[in-house]
Design a protein around this ligand. Sequence first.
Ligand code: PHE
Length: 333
Amino acid sequence: MEDLKKASQLIDQSASTDDLEKARVEIFGKKGLLSKGFVKLKDLQGDEKKVEAQRLNELKDTLTQLFDTRYVEIKNKEIEQKLKEDALDLTLYQNSHQTAALHPVVETMDRIIEYFVSMNFSIETGPLVEDDFHNFEALNLPKNHPARDMQDTFYFADNSLLRTHTSPVQIRKMMSTKPPIRMIAPGVVFRRDYDLTHTPMFHQVEGLVVDVKDKVNFAHLKSILTEFLLEMFGDVKVRFRPSFFPFTEPSSEVDISCIFCKGKGCRVCSNTGWIEILGCGIVDPNVFKSVGYEDVSGYAFGIGIERLAMLIHEIPDLRSLFEGDIRLLEQFR
Ligand code: PHE
């Protein structure tokens, strides 16, 4: 009985799984209490040996049960303690998740679309892979026009091409509906160009208004574009400069006073005080002829989105807009 008392004390007094492991070795180990008892059996004879063997076996069962019960007790306590210590401290929560932001080109595009939709323009789209007719021919671009040069246009083997501007959407719209038309066509366009201010893929918003003869004139065009630029840039001067496009006559390029130097002259505006923003004009009669329109009048314009985005966000290298560098995009959050 002495050995039972000693062993159960060892088990009871264990306060951790480490203590309990020591107790296990002392009781059940090779040189432990029980082993010693079993070794002594060889000195006994007959019934005495039998009784002692039985006692030792019962003692082993009893101690094993005691040990297991204590083990579960201690283990549970330790788990509970660990849970308490490791509990999530929600007061340490930091708002570290990052929200997305619109790409400056998308954001600028959205602002332009919003303006023209509010002016009752519809939104039209067209294919990116165009044919010669829609991209050039119907737009009064003669066969020898420099814009058709291999330098500018990406051609496919079958002579189809990546549209070089959004103007073919004008043609598609006019050929599929009757006037009046009041549309914009936002989208990507492609040209073989690559430097500080040019990328092979960029964005334009085309505009086209067509109505009966004499109903649409340059004053309308001037008024809506001036209004648009004031809305986009706030307090700027707007000037219409005579220019040339094959599909408009008369044609004009539109400048705003430099938003960086307020017209005084700086690096951005090449010391002119003005920044070119878009091209526009009165639709050339040849364009109407090619889509089968008669007795109509209209104006058209084309806005380069990257140019606007660069100006609004003061981005010095246009190419950085398309490098997908998270550090650039993070600045527009
Ligand atoms: N399509 C012209 C360009 O890409 C822009 C433009 C559109 C000019 C409509 C006048 C009228 O440069």
